[in-house]
Write a protein that binds this ligand. Sequence first.
Ligand SMILES: [Zn+2]
Length: 280
Amino acid sequence: MTINSRFKRFDYLSWPQAEKVVNAKGATLIWPFGACEQHGPHLPLATDNLFAEHLAAKVLEKLPSSMPIWRLPSQGIGFSPEHASFPGTISISGTLLLQLIMEVGQQLASMGISRLVLFNAHGGQIGLLEAAARQLRMKNPSMAVLPCFLWRGVPSLEDLIPSKELKTDLHAGLAETSLMLSLEPELVGKERPLDGEHQSPASIATPPEGWSLEGPVPCAWLTKDLSSSGVIGDSRGANPRLGQDLEIALVNHWIKLFSSLMGSNWPPTGEKFLSDDTTD
Ligand SMILES: [Zn+2]
């Protein structure tokens, strides 16, 4: 699979071109976020980063080229303490990632960017990016900050992944292995582990009754609590066909959301804010 890695890259512009872009009405930047962390014995450390980058690029390729939406270079090292016991994992602290987003985000806001989308593919930093987004928006009300997780809120995934897998396939299992087989097959090894909650309960730590690994009452698991291979899920059925279907589902879903964002007046700033203030 090839992507046009140069297409709509903000950092490939010259400064006069960048000046035009940031002054366009509704100028929007997508900032992909991944991680450098173990993804089982068969997937690369950069798995989440490759997903965020490829998907952002593919979505941009399909949106009208006249739309004022551009892509920043991705943040390929993230907050991954849960995988720290596996070699190759490189993680930065939550404080540092938060500060990085604040510093870059404030510069973008003062340049005149209207919207910044944090396009994240690493499940372990969803909450952190949401907090960063809220704090950044607070300091820069004129710039919308939209934190999103690649796999979340994509209704068609339910048609593609069995419901058991949807709940228990947390890391490097069926979905991620299949998607990588579609995007970068030469980076996928031959092993197809089954590990985590799929194993017999005796061999893994089980959350107390009523609590769960993810969901309404999660328990901040560490991978070593659950898995010796690094996989939390079942990668045995992974295949490129499913990977292509997942890719299409994800691309279509995000095209829809980005189109609606670009056609909207979000964020509600300027006159609207002023009139809200006066009526209070
Ligand atoms: Zn992952």
